[in-house]
Design a protein around this ligand. Structure first.
Ligand SMILES: [Zn+2]
Length: 214
């Protein structure tokens, strides 16, 4: 009988104690949950982020993948070297050739021939370099088309440009086997400069030399 009272008392104490524990625990749980949440946001693992970016690249969603790679780049202090390969490849597929060349080169420098994606990196790099070259050629062709049209270049308030043929000296030096021959510049009328109109003609290949053979 007596032992059962002791038992009940112990049980009661245990119950009260545990209910106190419970309220403290719920408080602790809240804090823990908040911390977990913060940690989840902060620490979503590198690999997860990168894997989902790679999956987006594979699915042809290059824009979305690009955003994710950039997120990883901005939020991680230590970057996995794989990232440089995948970001470089995705940049190529987005048509960002110069960026692609930069990152693929980084991967190749970091990992060398032993790298898991080395062969692929070299292949994509070649493509990126070729397309970058093409892009530059197209751009320079576009620029010369623009010039060949009747656009005039504004020569500034003076309205004059130093003669590109004689560089303002009014004299052109010709090297011959008899020595240097000095000839008067046939483009700028002994002025050393061109009017803006003439300069624009020269750019379009329309300015004719003056033949005043003396
Ligand atoms: Zn000249």
């Amino acid at each position: 009988m007596r032992s059962s009272i002791v038992y009940c008392t112990i049980l009661l104490i245990a119950l009260v104690g545990s209910s106190l524990d419970a309220s403290a625990q719920s408080e602790q749980e809240k804090i823990k949950q908040m911390e977990d949440e913060r940690q989840r946001q902060r620490g979503r693992s590198t690999r997860e982020q990168l894997d989902s970016a790679i999956a987006l690249t594979d699915a042809g969603k290059y824009e979305a993948a690009d955003a994710k790679y950039r997120y990883v780049l901005q939020n991680l202090k230590s970057l996995p070297s794989d990232l440089t390969y995948h970001f470089g490849k995705n940049s190529y597929l987005l048509g960002l050739y110069s960026q692609s060349v930069d990152w693929l080169n980084k991967y190749i420098q970091l990992r060398g021939p032993g790298g898991q994606f080395y062969e692929d990196a070299v292949t994509w790099l070649k493509k990126a370099e070729q397309d970058l070259l093409k892009e530059r050629e197209v751009k320079s062709a576009e620029a010369s088309v623009l010039l060949s049209k009747n656009y005039d270049i504004d020569c500034g308030p003076s309205g004059k440009v130093i003669c590109p043929v004689c560089t303002g000296s009014t004299v052109v030096i010709k090297k011959t086997y008899l020595g240097d021959q000095y000839k008067t510049c046939t483009f700028c009328k002994k002025l050393g400069y061109l009017t803006c109109v003439d300069y624009n003609k020269m750019l379009r290949g329309e300015l004719k030399a003056i033949n005043d053979d003396k």
